[in-house]
Design a protein around this ligand. Structure first.
Ligand code: COA
Length: 153
């Protein structure tokens, strides 16, 4: 799986960094590399600014992974936009992002959830997450209906 084996102790981990210093062009490039192509720089930077926790991981100056959380401070929290540059996948960075964000949220919330990208359920299961049997979605279009819902009973 990994194209590059790297020493993850030598990477730079920035939690809630100054978002004015983030290269949003590179953020969009990483979204494109993982084939999430609908993000725009303006919208994604606004979304990160409205997030409770953000983590950006760098190899020297190069942004290689990021993730964030959104929450209401007490009842509901969710992880979002967990992305690792495909050239750096398979080195434990995805696991680090998810665990670190979850740790930052702590035990305060009634629900901590996330929506896995299609095909990524096994990743979350492998790091201890459970498939929620009671969640519902209001599909935002036919693709989402196809990719994120179960067949009608
Ligand atoms: C999903 C993603 C975040 C995983 O990041 P990663 O850095 O490659 O994952 P890690 O190296 O931390 O892997 C952690 C564990 O999950 C497993 N894993 C990783 N990707 C997996 C997959 N697609 N299917 C099954 N298991 C997977 C690894 O084997 C590893 O298991 P181990 O600890 O027993 O060795 C990364 O592939 C990615 O950015 N994908 C594109 C965007 C995306 O789909 N994000 C998540 C959905 S919201």
């Amino acid at each position: 799986m990994p194209a590059t084996k790297l020493n993850i102790n030598e990477l730079i981990y920035k939690i809630n960094q100054d978002l004015d210093a983030v290269d949003w062009t590179r953020v969009c490039e990483l979204f494109s590399k993982v084939e999430w192509r609908t993000r725009t720089e303006a919208e994604i930077s606004t979304a990160f600014r409205q997030s409770s926790w953000t983590i950006f991981i760098y190899e020297n100056d190069l942004l290689i992974a990021f993730g964030r959380t959104v929450d209401d401070g007490r009842y509901y929290a969710m992880l979002a936009d967990i992305v690792v540059d495909p050239d750096y996948q398979g080195n434990g960075l995805g696991k680090y992002l998810v665990n670190a964000l979850n740790e930052k949220l702590g035990d305060n919330y009634h629900f901590v959830t996330l929506t896995a990208a299609p095909g990524k359920g096994k990743f979350y299961k492998s790091i201890g997450w459970k498939k929620q049997s009671t969640s519902y979605i209001w599909p935002q279009g036919p693709k989402q209906l196809r990719q994120h819902t179960e067949p009608e009973e």
